[in-house]
Write a protein that binds this ligand. Structure first.
Ligand code: ADP
Ligand code: ZN
Ligand code: ZN
Length: 825
């Protein structure tokens, strides 16, 4: 008798369970755990899922549909990944389907809704295509994009996915995605000799003679270019050339006009195939050497190591040394960075060192390229034979199919962007990395100048090993931090347009010395709110319970939660008075004010609004780095991994709203942000200056900041957390309930809380209306669970799953959405 086989399949949906499909006879051989399977789910929808289990038991309550196709000849999700997925699903209270969604690049999980577009620069070339393929290509060309369902209609194929994958493999179409963040692919500008100067010695000779007499600066640039090109035999970037020649962008531009050199652009966002630079191994300083040797020894003890080194202490050089060691002994290394830092200088340094041994993985790569990195990691051999032993990525890189990394580095481990907020899985990249260390038996190194309270507490309790570097590299002093009391300054009349006389005086001096300045204000827009002087009315978003922010450039009010935007009202909507004024201050306002105070300075702003266009981020950073900009005004974007050597002054316009933010992490975040932004000052040759303006100058964290006393701050903050029962003394789980109807929501939240209390008693807090109580027309209530140490995590999570399922089993309760956030940030 013929034996039937079934597969339990993970679908990329928030489903609580796996679905069983029957395996057609001809696919039985390939149906093993970890391969993809295309299935129909719902009436007409196609999904690409992952086979988790193969067995012989028909489902009890339904007739299994046959799976349609297995595109893989070997598993694309490994046994070890499944173990990690299971751990994440259990710990973060999510489904493996949601994890699959986060883990697999979109190009590997085509489904009915996937929209496909023509690839940039696609060339049909000499490839031969079937009629169906040609129909699809024609439709894509005409309509710019089609979805999989349409592709099915156009080609007449019930399952068009094999055909679409073929076209993707040929690079003709790509899955279209919304840009997930504002940092578009960066182009790098390179400089080279024009073909005339390269091939015509006569022309060159003439140029040299002319420049020598009339334009020595341009001659410097030209000589430097020739020297660098011969030295390194690598393409020379514009910024490197300007730096190395100590000259200006203007001089370089003159050379371009004269036809001596030319500039060209290349996309920085390739994932692999980098050229290695002249990667001389630098000699480590005594402090670095000590830290390096200690770290190396401690990593062998199979405990995560926390490297706490002040800003500019040379942690990156230590990482590079460790990576070198591991690669040398045939091992693989995963290096995690916050997303934004990936656009910046650190990655450039790693490329210089590791070139073609390096894979990069982040959300700005094209969909096809992300899939290609995934497959490269999957098929990249084993210990001793890695082609790409170093993988650098943002948090989602923890989902790549490693065989067994020897070391996982989490750089800037305190950074909040390691936590995924939405959608589920709401995981923390650092904590998953620590878990991976357990699963894979790999070393884990967490690095930061301002560790998270959690990690430092783990180090204090010996769960992590601790290595410290308290000196900056090269004997450079830590910046001198001064706190300026705004209340006092206002009373004395010593403030003009938000700048205390002290701050504007320091800016003036720095400008006179031709040094650069960073001004930090963690709020974008011109002024956060517009207010009626007569009745106090403040314009609100129509979809969210939040006030609108004024953006001067577009002369609009905008919601930072949903993007709603409206023209500036001429009069108060409540009382019709025309006396509206700006309250609060954002980066745009600071930019205006500082320009007014210093009309001759070149001022540039760096925040989400100025970097939303292609290449803008990179352009601003290089501009600042090349000293074309005197004053950079920015949000926390400027704190991530940037290293400028001519910044002598950092000004913080107003530290109060950082410190006073209604959140138990406010002090920690303020300390980290202020210490990091201070660290941008005086990185080379001299001590930098930092001036922090604030009204609440009495907050203890400022005292520790000035003394550069992280350990002191940790003790203070740790005490506070203990007193008020917050992490790391308890574990938190946050429940977020959402509903379109507020009354209904109030009622259902109470019912849910009652249920929670039946299991967790006094550990339940809420429901409360969060600071923004309505977003996109959904009302929100949150409930917090505080769990003391010593409770069984497994038991807790089990109880939560059970009681939520029981709550949702009542039909009237199903109109509410419940989200879980384990260890919320
Ligand atoms: P961190 O990562 O701790 O902020 P970095 O590794 O970026 O510090 O080092 C700060 C600066 O000092 C960088 O410009 C780096 O090139 C330089 N530097 C660090 N260590 C050395 C070394 N051993 N030799 C030469 N330069 C170094
Ligand atoms: Zn009014
Ligand atoms: Zn809104």
């Amino acid at each position: 008798m013929k034996q039937d086989f079934f597969a339990d399949i993970i679908l990329p949906l928030p489903l609580g369970k796996l679905y069983t499909y029957s395996i057609p006879e001809e696919l039985v051989e390939r149906a093993v755990p970890g391969v993809r399977a295309v299935v129909q789910f719902g009436k007409h929808k196609l999904y690409t899922g992952i086979i988790r289990v193969v067995h012989k038991e028909a489902p009890e309550h339904y007739t299994a549909k046959p799976l349609l196709e297995i595109p893989d000849h070997f598993p694309v999700v490994t046994h070890q990944q499944f173990r990690l997925w299971d751990w994440i699903a259990e710990y973060y209270l999510c489904s493996t389907g949601e994890i699959m969604q986060a883990a697999l690049p979109s190009a590997m999980k085509l489904q009915s809704e996937t929209v496909l577009a023509g690839a940039e620069g696609a060339d049909l070339g000499l490839q031969i295509h079937t009629d169906e393929e040609l129909k699809i290509l024609k439709a894509v060309a005409e309509k710019k994009s089609i979805d999989v369902a349409e592709a099915s209609k156009i080609s007449g194929l019930k399952n068009p996915l094999p055909l679409l994958r073929r076209l993707m493999d040929e690079g003709l179409i790509v899955p279209q995605e919304e840009m997930r963040d504002a940092f578009m692919p960066a182009k790098i500008t390179f400089v080279k000799l024009t073909s005339q100067s390269d091939s015509d010695p006569h022309f060159m000779k003439e140029i040299f003679e002319r420049l020598e007499k009339k334009a020595p600066k341009q001659l410097d640039v030209l000589m430097t270019l020739i020297r660098l090109t011969t030295d390194t035999e690598l393409p020379i970037t514009r910024s490197k050339l300007i730096k190395a020649s100590g000259s200006s962008a203007a001089a370089l531009n003159q050379l371009v006009t004269k036809g001596v050199v030319e500039m060209y652009e290349e996309d920085e966002n390739h994932a692999y195939g980098f050229a290695r630079g002249t990667s001389r191994q630098v000699a480590l300083s005594e402090f670095q050497m000590e830290a390096y040797e200690l770290t190396e020894a401690l990593l062998k003890e199979k405990k995560p190591v926390l490297l706490h080194g002040v800003t500019s202490s040379g942690k990156t050089e230590i990482y590079i040394r460790l990576i070198n060691d591991l690669i040398g002994s045939g091992k693989q290394v995963l290096y995690l960075l916050p997303e934004i830092a990936l656009t910046t200088q650190i990655i450039g340094r790693l490329k210089e060192h590791f070139g073609d041994q390096l894979l990069v993985y982040h959300s700005r790569l094209s969909a096809n390229e992300r899939a290609s990195v995934y497959m490269k990691v999957l098929t990249d051999g084993s210990e001793g034979s890695y082609k790409f032993p170093l993988i650098i990525g943002a948090r989602s890189a923890v989902f790549l199919p490693f065989s067994a990394p020897g070391l996982i580095i989490v750089d800037e481990e305190h950074d909040g962007s390691y936590k995924q907020m939405d959608p589920a899985p709401r995981y923390h990249g650092r904590d998953v990395a620590v878990m991976m260390g357990n699963l894979f038996d790999s070393g884990v190194l967490l690095g930061s100048a301002t560790p998270s309270i959690e990690s430092y507490a783990n180090a204090e309790q010996n769960k992590y090993a601790l290595v410290k570097i308290s000196q900056r590299f090269g004997g450079i002093k830590m910046p001198e931090i001064e706190i300026l009391d705004l209340k006092d300054a206002y009373q004395k009349g010593a403030v003009k347009s938000n700048f205390s006389f002290r701050l504007s005086g320091l800016i003036k001096e720095a400008l006179e010395r031709k040094e650069q300045i960073i001004l930090f204000q963690n709020r974008r827009g011109f002024a956060p709110v517009l207010e009626c002087r007569h009745c106090g009315w403040i314009p609100q978003c129509i979809n969210c319970d939040v006030s609108l922010t004024y953006h001067k450039k577009s002369n609009h009010l905008r919601c930072h939660y949903c993007g709603y935007s409206t023209a500036l009202p001429g009069a108060c909507m409540a009382c019709n008075h025309t006396d509206l004024r700006m309250k609060g201050l954002g980066t745009e306002r600071i930019e205006d004010d500082v320009q007014e105070l210093f009309p001759d300075a070149v001022v540039q702003r760096l925040d989400l609004d100025t970097t939303s266009t292609k290449h803008a981020f990179q352009r601003i950073i290089s501009g600042f780095s090349n000293r074309e900009i005197d004053i950079l005004v920015g949000t926390q974007m400027i704190t991530k991994g940037l290293d400028f050597d001519n910044v002598s002054l950092v000004g913080v316009l107003n530290a109060d709203h950082l410190i006073g933010f209604p959140d138990f992490r406010a002090a920690e975040r303020s300390y980290q942000l202020l210490a990091q932004v201070a660290g941008r000052s005086g990185r080379r040759f001299k001590q930098g200056k930092v001036l922090i303006q604030a009204f609440q100058v009495g907050h203890p964290l400022l005292k520790f900041l000035v003394a550069n006393d992280y350990a002191g701050f940790f003790r203070y903050e740790s005490n506070e957390r203990e007193k008020f029962s917050y992490p790391p003394f308890v574990r938190l789980i946050e429940f977020r309930l959402r509903h379109r109807n507020e009354q209904e929501l109030n009622y259902l939240s109470e019912v849910f809380v009652k249920k929670l209390k039946s299991s967790f008693g006094k550990r339940v807090f809420g429901p409360v209306v969060p600071p923004v109580g309505r977003v996109r027309n959904y009302y929100i209530r949150t409930v917090l669970l505080k769990l003391e140490k010593g409770l069984s995590d497994k038991q807790v999570k089990n109880d939560i799953r059970k009681l939520t399922a029981s709550f949702l089993s009542i039909p009237e309760h199903r109109s509410v959405f419940i989200q879980f956030d384990v260890d919320p940030m």
